[in-house]
Design a protein around this ligand. Structure first.
Ligand SMILES: C[S@@+](CC[C@H](N)C(=O)[O-])C[C@H]1O[C@@H](n2cnc3c(N)ncnc32)[C@H](O)[C@@H]1O
Ligand code: SF4
Length: 382
């Protein structure tokens, strides 16, 4: 009998790529949902087979979380979600409660299925309200308005033990005052976790092309910096702790266990088109990446039994760099021992500049350091 409490943790990420509409800023691995039920059933079967094959490689892990991400997994058949969650629970032991997160878009149709997802074992909803302003939602090309977002949050707060809201800020014309009001409104919707993301112009997206053609100008760096400061101050004032650069939680129990697995360098299994994973195989940290196309992913599982098309053993330096990049995003920081392969020449200078601190053998970015995290990381890694 395996003892879950002495096993290393594993988190499971399942990617559901379908979306009702593709948003013009998004560069996630997504496809339009054209209601192809046969293809979707094949995908569920392939993900199940992929999970089984990966579990055979790392059976002795304790399951701590399942994350159904996308795309829009709230468009999935709740029965399929229930089957995949139950399968993950059978494949790995756990010590009872695991976190099961579902990413959801806030349309009325999806909110109507929240109870079914709760029955399927989902314990935490990550709801993409993005904004509570109708003009901003229209600009973002969303298929819901602010009232639908609020209604979905209210339904979700009743249906699930935990609720997180995603918001996008630094939109053209957004003022710090309006953003602070929006954050306060969002916080009043019953969420214990908020993830505000600054709008990023991802290369190749319609937004990126629109900016190049002069159709709109992104927020300038000074304004974006002020909006970031407003985010920290407002959410802190409302009792949300910034436990990671873009993640704020009311209390430790409200932190995302799944994302903590990424930031702590724990193993995670990736299944579904384009999913990434990190598995420790025979003591070697191994990066995996699945084929991106739905049909390619299914074909790969048919041919090899597994979904990944790329697999790379990470050497000590690559592993340490990844720990630095992920660990410094969080309040926990990263153990200095894990960074031993890196030069860290500038560590004392960064400490003197109050950008990082060393506490009990852990390197932690200060609030000031997290604002310029890319610079801090590149100075430490080179
Ligand atoms: C996988 S996506 C979304 C899940 C869900 N389909 C939705 O749209 O609500 C996860 C989150 O990334 C954020 N996001 C996606 N693209 C972004 C971009 N270009 N800039 C900032 N945030 C972005 C959004 O807040 C989104 O909720
Ligand atoms: S933001 Fe969400 S709904 Fe929009 S395309 Fe990306 S994953 Fe799909």
């Amino acid at each position: 009998m395996r003892q879950a409490e002495i096993l290393a943790p594993v988190a499971v990420y399942i990617h559901w790529p379908y979306c009702a509409r593709i948003c013009p800023y998004c560069d996630f691995n997504v496809v339009r949902d054209r209601g192809r039920k046969g293809e979707q059933a094949d995908l569920v079967a392939a993900i199940a087979r992929d999970l089984q094959a990966q579990a055979a490689l790392i059976p002795d892990r304790k399951l701590v979380s399942v994350f159904l991400g996308g795309g829009t997994p709230s468009l999935m058949d709740p029965a399929a979600a229930a089957d995949l969650v139950a399968l993950a629970r059978r494949l790995w032991p756990s010590d009872g409660e695991i976190e099961v997160t579902l990413e959801a878009n806030p349309t009325d149709a999806e909110a109507g299925r929240f109870d079914a997802f709760a029955q399927a074992g989902v314990t935490r909803l990550s709801l993409g309200v993005q904004s509570l302003d109708d003009a901003a939602l229209a600009f973002l090309g969303r298929n819901h308005d602010a009232a639908e977002g609020r209604r979905a949050a209210e339904v979700a707060a009743k249906a699930f033990p935990r609720l997180s809201l995603d918001l996008i800020y630094a939109l053209p014309g957004q003022t710090p005052e309006a953003w602070a009001t929006e954050l306060r409104t969002a916080a009043a919707l019953g969420a214990e976790h908020v993830s505000p993301y600054q709008l990023t112009l991802e290369p190749g997206t319609p937004f990126d092309r629109a900016v190049r053609r002069g159709r709109f100008a992104p927020a300038d760096p000074d304004l974006a910096g002020s909006l970031y400061d407003v985010t920290q101050e407002t959410l802190e004032g409302l009792g949300f702790e910034a436990y990671e650069v873009s993640n704020h939680a009311r209390g430790e129990a409200a932190r995302s266990r799944h994302n903590l697995a990424y930031w702590r360098g724990e193993d995670y299994v990736g299944a579904g088109p384009g999913a990434h994973g990190r598995l420790t195989l025979d003591g070697v940290r191994t990066a995996t990446e699945a084929a991106k196309g739905v049909r390619d992913y299914i074909a790969n599982v048919d041919a090899t039994g597994r979904g990944w098309s790329e697999r790379e053993a990470l050497g000590p330096v690559a592993r340490a760099e990844e720990r630095l990049i992920m660990g410094l995003r969080t309040l926990e920081g990263v153990a200095l021992d894990e960074l031993a392969p890196l030069p860290l020449h500038r560590l004392r200078d960064l400490e003197a500049a109050a950008l990082v601190r060393l506490i009990d053998g852990r390197l932690i970015a200060t609030a000031k350091g997290r604002v310029v995290l890319d610079r801090v990381i590149s100075e430490l890694a080179t």
